[in-house]
Design a protein around this ligand. Sequence first.
Ligand code: FPP
Length: 288
Amino acid sequence: MASNKVLMFNGALGTMFRRRVFSLGNALPDQQARWPGAALKWPESDRRMLNRLDPQQLPAHVAVIMDGNGRWARQRGFMDRIRGHEAGIEAVRETTRTAAELGLQVLTLYAFSKENWSRPDKEVQALMTLLAHFLVAERDELMGNNIRLRMIGRHDDLPDKARDKLQESMELTSGNSGMVLNLALSYGSRDEITRVTRDIARMTREGQIDLSEISSETIDGLLDTAGLPDPDLLIRTSGEMRISNFLLWQIAYAEIHVTPVLWPDFRRTRFLEALIEYQGRDRRFGRI
Ligand code: FPP
C-alpha cells in the first residue's frame, strides 16, 4: 500500500510538487521517491530515521497499549492522574498523524478497557469527557488526513455523549479512504471472543452454518475487527510486559515492542524507533 501511495505521489502530483519539496529544503536525497510528501516535512532528525525504514515493509496494522498516564502525572508532581490522560491526548494525536503520514493501513489504540470501568468514578468520567471532546476536536485532523474512524468493543456501554460523538465522527469519516483509526473502547478480548462464540452457537442452532464449516476465518469474520488485517506490530508503553486482554486472537503472530517510555511522552521519534525495530525482526509465522 505504501508503495502504491509513493507511485501515486510521484505520478499524479509530478515534478511540480517534488520541486516544491526540494525548495523547502526539507527532504534528504532520495527520500522524495520513497515516502509520502507529509513525512518529508518532519524535522531532520526524524527524516533521518526514515532512511532506516523500508516503505515496502511497513506493518499494515499497528496496535498500541497506551500505558503510563498515571505514572507520568505522578512523576511531574500532579495530584490528579487525569493530567496524565490529558497529556496522553497529544501522544494520540501525534501517533495517529504519523501513522497516517507513513501510509499505515490501520492503527488500533487501546483507549478504554472493559476492566477500566472499575476505576474511581471521577477518573472514568474524566476519561469519557476527554473522549467526547477528542472525538469532536479531532474531526478536522481526521478529515485532513483522510482517516476513517472505527471502534471495537462495547459501543452501548459508553455514556450518551461519548457514544453520540463517536457515531457522528464515524459517519463523518466513513467515506475516507486512507488509514483506519480503530479505537478500542469498553473493549476486552475475552468479552469479544465470548460474543463471537455465542454468535457461532446461535448460527449453528439456526442451521446457518454447519459445525464442520466453522474455521478460523469464521471467527475472524465475527470479531469486532472483521475486515481489518491482524496487527503486525503491538506496541506497549511504560515497560509493562503484559497483554492486558487486548486482541488476544488477532495478535497471534504480531511482533511485540515494549518501551519504557510513558504514553504521554510517546512521540513520532519513539514510534519510528518501534518501526525500525519491527523491520529488524525475522518473522517466520511458525516456519523455519
Ligand atoms: C493507561 O494509563 C491509559 C488508559 C487507561 C487510558 C488511555 C487514555 C488516553 C491515552 C487518553 C484518552 C484517549 C483517547 C483516544 C481520547 P494508566 O492510567 O493505567 O497509567 P498508570 O499505569 O501509570 O497508572
